[in-house]
Each structure stands twice: as structure tokens, then as C-alpha cells.
Design a binder for this molecule. Sequence first.
Ligand SMILES: [Ca+2]
Ligand SMILES: [Ca+2]
Ligand SMILES: [Ca+2]
Length: 298
Amino acid sequence: MSREPTRRARARPTLVRYGWFVSILEGKLRKTIRGTGIAALALLSTTALALPASAAPEPSVTGVVWADNDFDGVREPGEAGIADITIAAYRADNTEVASAVTNKAGHYALKLSGGPHKLRPKALPYSRTVTRPDVGDDARDSDFGWRGWETPTFSCAPDCPKFDLGLLERKQDIALAVAPAEVSAGKGQSFSVELTASNLGTVPNGGDWIEAGFKEGLQITAAEGDGWACRVDPSAGQYLFCRSENDHDPGTTRPVVRVHLTPTADRGDITMDFHVAGFRRSENVFANNTATLRVRVG
Ligand SMILES: [Ca+2]
Ligand SMILES: [Ca+2]
Ligand SMILES: [Ca+2]
């Protein structure tokens, strides 16, 4: 016969300890509920027996939602937590599996097991938006993406990751600049200028367009730029219309649009306004949405 202990024998010390643990629990419970009846005792004994099995805590995904006042994507001292923001967990097919509301300090905790999951704020007040994601130091940066406001997909096996979310004021602001802004040219003498659209706000744009109206004495002959689709049509109300559907993140500029022009007047002081606007929202209320070109002819 082998001298190796059998599987059952090896397991016995654990069972003995387990039995002792249950006995202690039941003893305490009996003291506590003395006189409350056999039925209650039986119920509580069952509860006590179940305790060791559920002793391992369920994994939680945690994080903090904070006010990223300086829009740098990381949390500094003085940037407070934000309460009452609902963070929800979703399966890949967008079925919601859990949600939690941030406390006074901005902290949330979602009990989750398995995966894959992703997190998303369930709704944000309209005045707020999500700060720039994943700028570096993961212990302090915001982890929810700009497109869709979602975290990467993750699994809680064995531990859940930590996801923080920086919020700031929603500000939509696209600026347009023209260079050079002043040109001197004779009749029939072609020249070109460059238009630059910048996102000065806190919200990524899905697309922008630039336009200019007809102006007596100054002809637009062509326009082009990387990622831009341009149309030049003097017979239309929009002399120039260029659109780009590439993403335009806050703090960045799009590739320039080069506009080719030719004076048709003998002489004069002509101004032409170019405007920029963003897709899917009105972006025509800011003064810097317009760039003015001045052409001295003659
Ligand atoms: Ca910050
Ligand atoms: Ca990160
Ligand atoms: Ca982080």
C-alpha cells in the first residue's frame, strides 16, 4: 500500500477546522437568539453554514469622478470629486449589467464578475463633458475615451481594473484664421491664402465645414487641403464650400485649406469673409468663427 495519504485524508484537517469554525458561529448564534424558537435557530444555523463559502469578496471596479478644471486630463490637488454621476457597466452588446452613483468624494464601486465589460457614464448634465483621455500617469489620469465616453473593455479576473473620469465644462468653439490676412494684387494676378480651423473648445468635432459668399471683384478659382472636400461655384450662394469629416480634437488644428483667388476688378479695397462651422450642432455664435481677408487691388 502507498504511504501517500489519500485525497480524503489530506482534506480532513480542513474539514475539521471548518467544523470548528461553524461550531463557534453556531454557539454565538445560539447565545444571541436564545429563546426565539427552534425554527429561527434552524434558519440562522443555515445562514451560518453558508458564511465560509461566501467569504471571498466579489471583485469591484472602482474609480473617482472629478472636476478637471485645467483640462489637462490628470487630477491635481484642489480638483474636487463630483457626486451623483451614474457610472454603468455594459456587456459588449451594450446590455447594462450594473450601475453605481458617485458619493460626495466622487467615488464609485461596481460589483462585477467575469467580463468582458466596459464602463460609461449613464448621463451627464449638458453643461459637462469628458476630459482628454489617457494622457499618461494611469494613477491620476482619466480613462474614458472621447468618442462614446467609454473605457476599454476589461474583465474582472481575478481583479477589476480602476477607471477614473475627469469632467469639465462643455465648450464648443472652432476658430478660423486666414494667412496672409492682407494682400495687394493687380487685376488678373492670382494669389493664394491658407485657412486654418482650430478646435479651441472642450468637445471633439466629428466634422467641420468652411464657406465663403460671392464677392464682386474677387474670384475664387480653386481650393484644396488634406482631408478636405472643396467645391468652388461662383453661381451658387456659397462661392466656396469645403468639408472635412475627420475627427477634430480639442487643442488641435486641421490641415490647412489653400484657397486660390484672382482679382477681377480694376481697383478697389475688397474684403472677403470665410466662416467655419461644425457638424451636428450650431457653431455660428462665436466671433472667431470668421476670418476676414482684405485684398487691395490696383
Ligand atoms: Ca487637472
Ligand atoms: Ca489611463
Ligand atoms: Ca487612470
